[in-house]
Design a binder for this molecule. Structure first.
Ligand code: 5RP
Length: 220
């Protein structure tokens, strides 16, 4: 099976996680696009969606799925999103699509985070994928220097990318993230960091992993 076929498989499988009659949280990326397409088949059985990016919003609306503002809900039962990496404890690196801030906000509203990913995303230790960090533009160089000093990581500004919130993305290479909760807590304190791409506090509750043998369910 190709990677695209595995993404389609988990996108379809995620429908079983959607609670009928509820608002569903929707992430961003190519795997989520497969989920959005599948979700259109049950659009009459959900109240609507909360979306983590302009791109996902456009896709949802084009398929006739109402998109609500996050401020309209107190909580949602399920948030469904992909990941750039996920470890065996459900910690993730996210933000390859530059939508990490809104993704973390929706994950915070959700009772459960359902990660959908193809098998290439499962890793023993996070850090091979460059860690995305959304920063206020004037802090980019300072945050990059601090990554080098504190973690030995090399941060570069992602060229040509401005987030939906008007900020920059740093991609940090050369990290070995052995303690994801500690690193997330530390980097969150740095002035100018809007959101860092480790999702440890808001880790996955479950991962639907697309493998050549079918969808495996990992619970954390
Ligand atoms: C976007 C994300 C995505 O979930 C992540 O990049 C995975 O994307 P894809 O499904 O295209 O591999 O965090 O900000």
């Amino acid at each position: 099976m190709t990677q695209d076929e595995l993404k389609a498989l988990v996108g379809q499988a995620a429908l079983a996680e959607v609670v009928p009659g509820s608002v569903v949280g929707v992430g961003t990326g190519s795997t989520v696009n497969c989920f959005i397409d599948a979700l259109a088949t049950m659009r009459d059985r959900i109240t609507g969606a909360i979306s983590s990016s302009v791109k996902s919003t456009e896709r949802l609306q084009a398929l006739g799925i109402p998109v609500l503002d996050a401020n309209e809900v107190e909580s949602i039962p399920v948030y469904i999103d992909g990941a750039d990496e996920i470890d065996h404890r459900g910690h993730m690196v996210k933000g390859g699509g530059a939508a990490l801030t809104r993704e973390k906000i929706i994950a915070d509203l959700a009772d459960r985070f359902v990660c959908i990913a193809d098998a290439s995303k499962l890793v023993d230790t996070l850090g091979r994928f460059p860690l995305p960090v959304e920063v206020i533009p004037m802090a980019a160089a300072q945050v990059a220097r601090r990554f080098r000093r504190c973690y030995g990581g090399e941060a570069t500004v992602r060229e040509g990318v401005v987030t939906d919130n008007g900020n920059l993305i740093l991609d940090v290479r050369g990290l070995t993230i052995s303690d994801p909760p500690a690193m997330e807590a530390e980097v969150n304190q740095w002035p100018g960091v809007v959101t860092m791409g480790v999702f440890a506090r808001h880790k996955a509750s479950v991962c639907l992993l697309g493998t050549p043998e079918g969808v495996k369910t990992l619970r954390f």
